[in-house]
Write a protein that binds this ligand. Structure first.
Ligand SMILES: N[C@@H](CCC(=O)N[C@@H](CS)C(=O)NCC(=O)O)C(=O)O
Length: 205
């Protein structure tokens, strides 16, 4: 398998954590891809033009990150990251969706506040994305006491929330999310020691 990736993408990190936890990491060749480059051919594999994009051994392109994680978990012969059915499945998937939603808003906020030319900045839009991030973090905080940390298997929820918070810290070091959410902060400290998290810490580009 080949994974088209960029090193700081939190969606890629979630996939990398999933790959490590499912024991598949060694089977994945990494192909660095800059989705923002005008020259990239990424759109030939993923029409959305985003990383991550997984190319299977059979040549099939799989996107976006939730589908890639589901694919890797389907190859996983050990404990599944995505529970098979029932409330556990939909709790894990919904928490992962909240973490992905936090990131989607985070990416929009990054573009709005750090990339858009000053005269085009739109405060209303930035405030809206900040509210989304905060609401998603609140949902993760409410669930934090039931999230796995260093011992035992994790689900896609832990992978997504951990990758998401790591990226918020990288891109918005002054966001200040911990003070109001001690349970989530404590959980994040603990999960950060898990090998799959330690091995995938994003480095500023
Ligand atoms: N929903 C997508 C989001 C992926 C995404 O936004 N990736 C960013 C990098 S962090 C990207 O490739 N952006 C390029 C663009 O928006 O054109 C997923 O879960 O895979």
């Amino acid at each position: 398998m080949k994974l088209r990736y960029s090193p700081t993408s939190p969606y890629v990190r979630k996939v990398s954590i999933t790959a490590i936890e499912t024991g598949l990491s060694d089977k994945i060749e990494r192909v660095t891809t800059d989705p923002w480059s005008a020259e990239t051919d990424l759109g030939n594999s993923n029409p959305i033009g985003k990383v991550p994009c997984l190319i299977t051994d059979g040549g099939m392109a799989i996107y976006d990150s939730p589908v890639i994680c589901e694919y890797l978990d389907s190859l996983n012969t050990g404990e599944k990251l995505i529970p098979a059915s029932g409330e556990a499945r939909f709790k894990a998937l919904t928490l992962a969706a909240a973490a992905d939603g936090m990131l989607d808003a985070g990416v929009l906020l990054l573009i709005e506040t750090k990339r858009r030319p000053g005269e085009l900045k739109w405060d209303w839009w930035a405030e809206r994305q900040t509210s989304v991030i905060n609401r998603c973090m609140d949902v993760c905080d409410a669930a934090a006491d039931n999230l796995a940390t260093t011992d035992g298997p994790i689900t896609i929820a832990e992978a997504a929330i951990g990758a998401g918070l790591g990226w918020i810290d990288l891109r918005f070091p002054d966001f200040g999310w911990r003070k109001e959410r001690p349970a989530l902060a404590d959980w994040f400290d603990k999960i950060s020691d898990r090998p799959s998290f330690e091995q995938t810490v994003p480095k500023a580009a």
